[in-house]
Design a protein around this ligand. Structure first.
Ligand SMILES: [Ca+2]
Length: 547
């Protein structure tokens, strides 16, 4: 039974909490979210005294509407009145999972949980604030430890903390948050959603695969689902570019040159010259076209060594012993983010030294692609690439995934490969698109940039009203920016920014030839060729998480 050892939690803890709050609710006939502020203050104070199994409520404080800062270094920003509950969860003796549950006075009856990127280590406040402003009860967790999301040192000698990070913290948070919501408002949440990006996207995928009844809808962005493939590929690629004791071969200067050349060659292939490559898979770009000619200034071209690294980054990383796909190549148009890592990819180094080899002194320059990948695949508990979503389908869940075509951290085709693996498992695109949509966003980097889309609104309409989002409307963002892990703060698009349909895969937006190219109405979604690029092959069935 998946997570069966904790099935007693929601009802049991809801009863315990309710006993503390019930007396306050009985003061008025209306549900709490329709009552005056004083009732909220009293109910919030009462919840602090509630008893929870394997959990302790640290505090519950009423927060009035107005400028609110959840903690340093976030500056105050507008927030509605809410009850802020801090909880620590201890599902194992070594667990120390910090969770916050935020309960708005003006509740929309629904719950939206927020995921966290990298190796976690802090509560994802910006995404929670966004959920709160929309009227959702929300929660977030640091996944069981405090620290830098780029390091995995928390896992060294702490297998239970690794389990908390891998899947347990988000699941336990969800059970406890639902209990608190039910108890506080006197009625269960009508819908439960999750939104996360990068490792937060992986958390959403893990929920769909491992705890399919936790959520009615999931937003999965730029997902690091294949944790082993991603970390292996990231380390391999960063070492390609960072020979020992030498400066990086490719820097952002060459990244910008490559990107400009890609746009010059491939922009018009989608039928519209707009500075964007709508489907980079049709772009057959060769970095040697930028090879320096005699006398050409160095900042205008690439050396032979630089073109060789660039062409390798466009190609898939494969197991040298078996030929298995480890990580797909980066798409043409992702170059702007290349060469920005001055040391071997820190999260990937942390994975090998602190998680896999239990050796804080492990030298990344001793990395052996074939051998280390084999060890990692055998010991994987973190990846979420099981294509069997049948239990999530049976629950009636909806999965909305997005990935940027310009992602320089996680190759876009990892999302396509997983989607196609689900199509194979479910025997057909029609069946899958009824519950699972994938959007490939032009110009989007890792978790942000390109276009701004109201993913929460689209998911909610799909779940609540059955409006299938064959396309969503994107508002063009001023420039690609780097997002903070955990979903924010995100840049905002101008109110008069150009709009464009972002089509559900395998659709691609094509200009109809009529009307302004700055308006979504002038585009239609056309089905493109499906699947990965020739030669990349399907995702291999390794690292599948066993429930
Ligand atoms: Ca174009």
């Amino acid at each position: 039974m998946k997570g069966g050892e904790k099935l007693g939690h929601p009802i049991q803890s809801a009863l315990l909490v309710q006993s503390a709050v019930l007396v306050l609710l009985s003061l008025g006939a209306a549900p709490l979210h329709a009552q005056a502020p004083a009732a909220h203050h009293a109910a919030c104070s009462a919840i602090a005294a509630a008893a929870l199994p394997d959990a302790k409520i640290l505090s519950a404080e009423s927060t009035d509407a107005g400028p609110f800062s959840p903690g340093q270094p976030l500056p105050p920003s507008p927030a509605p009145a809410f009850c802020r509950v801090k909880v620590v969860l201890t599902p194992s003796a070594d667990s120390d999972i910090q969770v916050e549950v935020w309960l708005p006075d003006a509740w929309n009856g629904k719950y939206l949980a927020i995921g966290i990127g990298g190796w976690g280590g802090f509560v994802p406040y910006p995404g929670m604030l966004d959920a709160l402003r929309r009227g959702y009860a929300t929660s977030g967790t640091d996944t069981g430890h405090r620290g830098n999301p780029g390091t995995a040192d928390f896992a060294l000698g702490h297998p239970e903390k690794l389990t908390d990070y891998a899947w347990r913290a988000v699941h336990e948070m969800t059970l406890q948050a639902k209990s608190l919501i039910s108890a506080y408002y006197g009625s269960a949440t009508r819908r439960s959603y999750f939104s996360g990006c990068s490792a937060g996207g992986k958390q959403g995928m893990m929920e769909a695969q491992r705890f399919p009844d936790d959520f009615d809808g999931l937003i999965v962005g730029s997902a690091a689902s294949d944790w082993v493939g991603l970390n292996t590929g990231s380390l391999y690629n960063s070492l390609l570019n960072l020979p020992k004791d030498r400066p990086p071969i490719l820097t952002p200067v060459q990244g910008a040159l490559l990107h400009k050349a890609v746009v010059a060659q491939c922009d018009r292939l989608d039928g519209l010259e707009d500075g964007e490559v709508a489907d980079p898979r049709v772009c057959k770009f060769n970095a040697t076209s930028l090879l320096c000619k005699p006398g050409q200034p160095a900042e205008q071209c690439l050396t032979g060594e630089q073109t060789a690294v660039a062409d390798k980054l466009y190609r898939a990383v494969r197991d040298p012993n078996t030929g298995h796909l480890i990580e797909p190549g980066f798409t043409p148009s992702s170059e702007s983010g290349w060469g920005a890592v001055p040391v071997p990819m820190p999260p990937a180094v942390g994975y090998f030294k602190d998680v896999l080899f239990d050796n804080p002194n492990w030298d990344p320059y001793k990395f052996n692609l074939g051998l280390d990948y084999e060890v990692a695949s055998r010991n994987d508990t973190i990846s979420a690439i099981n294509p069997d979503l049948s239990a999530f389908v049976a629950h009636g869940g909806k999965l909305l995934q997005y990935h940027g075509w310009s992602d320089p951290i996680i190759p876009t085709e990892t999302a396509i490969n997983y989607y196609e693996s689900v199509v194979t498992q479910q025997h057909g695109l029609d069946k899958v698109s009824a519950f699972y949509k994938l959007y490939l966003v032009p110009g989007m980097g890792h978790c942000s940039g390109g276009y701004q889309v109201d993913w929460v609104g689209a998911l909610d309409l799909w779940v609540e009203q059955g409006q299938s989002p064959e396309q969503v409307i994107g508002r063009r963002l001023p420039q690609v920016s780097t997002a903070a892990p955990g979903g924010g703060p995100q840049p905002e698009a101008e109110s008069n920014a150009p709009t464009r349909p972002i089509c559900a895969y395998p659709g691609v937006a094509h200009y109809t030839g009529r009307g302004s190219s700055d308006t979504a109405a002038s585009f239609s979604c056309r089905v493109s060729a499906r699947g990965p690029r020739p030669g990349d092959g399907p995702a291999v069935a390794i690292g599948v998480s066993k429930p």
